[in-house]
Design a protein around this ligand. Sequence first.
Ligand code: ATP
Ligand code: MG
Length: 386
Amino acid sequence: MTNPTVLPGATLGVLGGGQLGRMFVHAAQSLGYRTAVLDPDADSPAGLVSHLHVRCGYLDADGLAQMGACAAITTEFENVPAQALTALGEKLPCAPEGASVAVCQDRAAEKAHFVACGVPCAPHAVIETPEQLAAVADALLPGILKTARLGYDGKGQVRVATRAELARAWDELQRVPCVLEKMLPLAFEVSVIVARGRDGAVVALPVQRNLHRDGILAVTEAPAPGVTDALAAQALANAQRIAEGLGYVGVLCVEFFVLQDCSLVANEMAPRPHNSGHYSIDACDVSQFELQVRCMAGLPLVAPRLHSSAVMLNILGDLWFDERGCERTPAWDRVLALPGAHLHLYGKTSARRGRKMGHLTITAATPQAARETALAACAVLGLPAY
Ligand code: ATP
Ligand code: MG
């Protein structure tokens, strides 16, 4: 079946109502679409700004039937049950498809896909049984034990140095299926966001460099400092191969490690726009969310152009507490006094430590100027310099 192009005026649906869904809704609405969000939370960031908010669980038959009235469907997080997307996909265009999302939901399947595409990833072993635990090669230690499913922001991960620690960590993780990855000597981390259309056309954002703190993305820089043209081309080619291997339609983010010997290793992928691509809203002429809209609607994809240097700082709930743990409001007025400051707050009703509340993108004419202003913003907000 060839799906018709979905033109503005139609309703686009998204499964999940978090900040990614909210920024998708903003992009869709600015192109003139109506939007529908499925999310159980009455105060979900995307539900609050959408024309329609279908408030129910992801497998609720009535809710899915309501979403089935949309002209096309996408998802904003990978842990939406793949069967919900697959069921909707029988009736209307879904980008990405349930089968692609299913691969991204499972670290073991994801790694197997990287290997099948000839894309290097960390040496690893799948641990689902005590026999597999016992058979782990010594060469994988020290390593990181990661749950195969439902991990994010460093959750569901334990660093292990010895076999005894590994056995204990697996117990701690309730012996769910896991992947043990060898700890690699990272120089730094980058990610690539590609968009692949129904016709197989692929476009990408420029490679961006990411800094994590406590397993959570803290800073993204574009263009990526320290990334040669050759390394960028390799990252783009690998991300494209991964998307093509899945027959993927939609926006896909691939996270990579750059090792100390300058080699490139794929870490994981997300079947949706990604936190590391948020800068594209303010620094590119086509954002990752507009690409998501174009992919699901079957519209042409045009290559995004980075028109400004950018630094994105993630804003976590920690900023709402002072040194003594008392609640406060961050000094947004002082942040907004900085040139090229673009503040995005997600409308979340309560701040918690580690919770993603928003992000700040600094745009400037040069990487140096973006960095200087971003460091000034860090100083105002009480964020560590990077
Ligand atoms: P996300 O929020 O991106 O989904 P996640 O919880 O799925 O994160 P990973 O991306 O697997 O976690 O790991 C989080 C961070 O831990 C990485 O960005 C990297 O800094 C570090 N890390 C993970 N695996 C390794 C490894 N094999 N060697 C060294 N560092 C690693
Ligand atoms: Mg990650």
